[in-house]
Each structure stands twice: as structure tokens, then as C-alpha cells.
Design a binder for this molecule. Structure first.
Ligand code: PHE
Length: 344
């Protein structure tokens, strides 16, 4: 028995030494030290031995097992180290190699305008709201004082999806949605940038999809002069510090009175040129005092609350600001166009 054990030790260690992979070593471990291996077998047969021989044999078996185990551990370590070395050799990185240049994109001009205006309004304490682009007839029209069959609905040719849902034609439905959310309790100070859709034939100045930024303030003692001051700030931020604005009477069903807002021409300063078509003024947005019906329908008491609202076309502002002559440039995704707006 002693002989068998010694023999096993020599045999196993020789095999371990000859092994060339971690898997092979593991197989040897299972073969010799495993539950079904020969050493376990020997230990099992110890019952037949005499009482003096038993502890001696037990000690020897343990020693043989330890010898084999330590040979395995040593071999494993060696093989692992070799593997790491091989990996390092095959995966060397030449750190002196110049990197391929990273192409950095540019923000889209519409994003630039929206973010500039958002920054301005957030600085004045407004929050930014959003609303769905697929809108109900109720929020897009009815809650804005445009009942069914109202002739002013024709001002905005719409894409209807069902009888009651459509692609929103304006960002104004967010006014109604926001007012409802505030449950008759001011102050409300929000802007809402977003996409809108109208049935229009696309050309240099028309697009069936475009962007608007809506603004809404509802509080006690809000007057037209608050609106004017606010819009003056916007005009100066977008078109230069010495811009003036002027309000012309207009009509929107959800504001009363309603105005169209012009900014003094940033190109000629008001003398008249091709940008302002000789008038010295450029129309930039629609606005007005929130109609009492709109306040009432959305849960605000028009006796105690007043508000102003405005809506501007983002493309129009961007076209004026950057001298872009065709609205379709915004949507054709030509990077030669967007690259020109790289800022930093
Ligand atoms: N929603 C109007 C439009 O699309 C603009 C507007 C907004 C006018 C808010 C007044 C107040 O033409």
C-alpha cells in the first residue's frame, strides 16, 4: 500500500509537470485527488489495516495528497503567469500612435434658439413645460375659446387623426393644460417649446411641421405693460441690445386684446432695407392678454386673475437671426448646413 501511494505521487507530479494548460492541470487534479480517485480509494481500504499501521498509512496518504496538491498549485500559478505574459505580448498598445480625430457635431440652429430663449426665461423665474404633439380637439381649439365651427379655426389648417384628435397646430394647448394643472391657483409662469403641424405646402417660407415657443403668465395684476416689457427683453436678447418693439392690434380667439409684435430691423436699424422690406420693422410673434373665457374654462377666476400669452415661430427667429433664406434647410439634415452653427 505504501508503495502504491508513493507510486501515485510520482506519477501524478510527473503529469502535473508535463501539463501545458490550466485545463489539463485541473483534469489531473480531478483524476488523482477527486472523490473517485486512487488516493481516496486507498484511504477507504484502511479499515482492513491493523491498528498500528492505520495512523501511519493515514499520515502518508495525507502527505502524498498534499504533495500533489502543492505541485498543482505551483503549476497553476506558473501557467497563469504565462498566460498574462502572452496576453500582454499580443495586446500591446502603441501609445505613441496618433488617435483618429473625433468629429464633434454642432447643435442644430433651432436647438440653439430654443435653448437661448429657455435660458432667458428660466433666469426670469419661468419653468419649461411640455405637451403632447398629438392633441385633442378640446385642448388645441375648444379650451382656447375656439368652439367647433368657429371661423377662426380656418386660420390653422389641421392634420386630423380622428374627429377628436389632431396634430397640434400650435403650442397654445399647453396653456390650457398648464392652467388646469394649477387648479385655479397662480402664479403661473411657463414657456413651452415644441413642434407643431399645419396643412401647408412646403416652400421657402412654409413648412408643414415647425416649432413654436409659447409663453404664459397668469397672476394678480398682470397687464399689457408686463407683456410688452417681457417681449422687449426677448427681442433684445435675440436681436441686439438697442432693438425696439412695437405692438399692432390683431386677433387671436384666446387673447383679448391681441397683438402682433414687430421688432425694429436689426439690419438697418429701422431705416428700411431688404430684410425688413423697407418698413424698418420685422414681425416676430403673436401675443395678447389671456381671454377670460380661457381662464374660466381652465379653472381660473378672471375676476381675480389676469394673464398674458405669446407664441413665436422658432424657425422664423432663427432665419432672421442667422440670415437663412429657406426654411427647408432646417429639415434636410445636410451637415454642411448645421456645421456652420458650431459655437465652441
Ligand atoms: N398660437 C398662436 C399662433 O400659432 C400664437 C399666439 C400664442 C398668439 C399665444 C397669442 C398668444 O398663431
Amino acid at each position: 500500500m505504501q508503495e502504491t501511494l508513493k507510486q501515485l505521487e510520482i506519477e501524478a507530479i510527473a503529469k502535473v509537470e508535463a501539463a501545458s494548460s490550466l485545463k489539463e492541470v485541473n483534469d489531473i487534479r480531478v483524476q488523482y485527488l477527486g472523490k473517485k480517485g486512487p488516493i481516496t480509494e486507498v484511504l477507504r481500504g484502511m479499515g482492513k489495516l491493523s491498528a498500528e499501521e492505520r495512523p501511519k498509512m493515514g499520515a502518508l496518504a495525507n502527505e502524498v495528497r498534499e504533495q500533489i496538491a502543492s505541485a498543482i498549485a505551483e503549476k497553476n500559478e506558473q501557467l497563469e503567469a504565462e498566460e498574462v505574459k502572452k496576453k500582454l505580448a499580443s495586446q500591446t498598445i502603441d501609445v505613441t500612435l496618433p488617435a483618429s480625430p473625433i468629429k464633434i457635431g454642432a447643435r442644430h440652429p433651432l436647438t440653439i434658439v430654443v435653448e437661448d430663449i429657455e435660458d432667458l426665461f428660466i433666469g426670469m423665474g419661468y419653468t419649461v413645460e411640455e405637451g403632447p404633439e398629438v392633441e385633442t380637439d378640446y385642448y388645441n381649439f375648444e379650451a382656447l375659446n375656439l368652439p367647433k365651427e368657429h371661423p377662426a379655426r380656418d386660420m390653422q389648417d389641421s392634420f386630423y387623426i380622428t374627429e377628436d384628435t389632431l396634430m397640434r397646430t400650435q403650442t397654445s394647448p399647453v396653456q390650457a393644460r398648464t392652467l388646469e394643472k394649477y387648479k385655479g391657483q397662480g402664479p403661473v409662469k411657463i414657456i413651452c417649446p415644441g413642434k407643431v403641424y399645419r396643412r401647408d405646402s412646403d416652400d421657402a417660407t412654409h413648412s408643414h411641421q415647425f416649432m413654436q415657443i409659447e409663453g404664459l403668465v397668469v397672476d394678480h395684476n398682470i397687464s399689457m405693460s408686463d407683456l410688452k416689457g417681457t417681449l422687449e427683453t426677448v427681442a433684445r436678447k435675440m436681436f441686439g441690445e438697442d432693438r425696439e418693439i412695437r405692438l399692432r392690434p390683431s386677433f387671436f380667439p384666446f387673447t383679448e386684446p391681441s397683438v402682433e409684435v414687430d421688432v425694429s430691423c436689426f439690419k438697418c436699424g429701422g431705416k428700411g432695407c431688404s430684410v425688413c422690406k423697407g418698413t424698418g420693422w420685422i414681425e416676430i410673434l403673436g401675443a395678447g392678454m389671456v381671454h377670460p373665457n380661457v381662464l374660466r374654462m381652465s379653472g381660473f377666476d378672471p375676476e381675480t386673475y389676469q394673464g398674458f400669452a405669446f407664441g413665436m415661430g422658432v424657425e422664423r427667429i432663427a432665419m432672421l437671426k442667422y440670415g437663412i433664406d429657406d426654411i427647408r434647410h432646417f429639415y434636410t439634415n445636410d451637415i454642411r448646413f448645421t456645421k456652420q452653427f458650431k459655437q465652441d
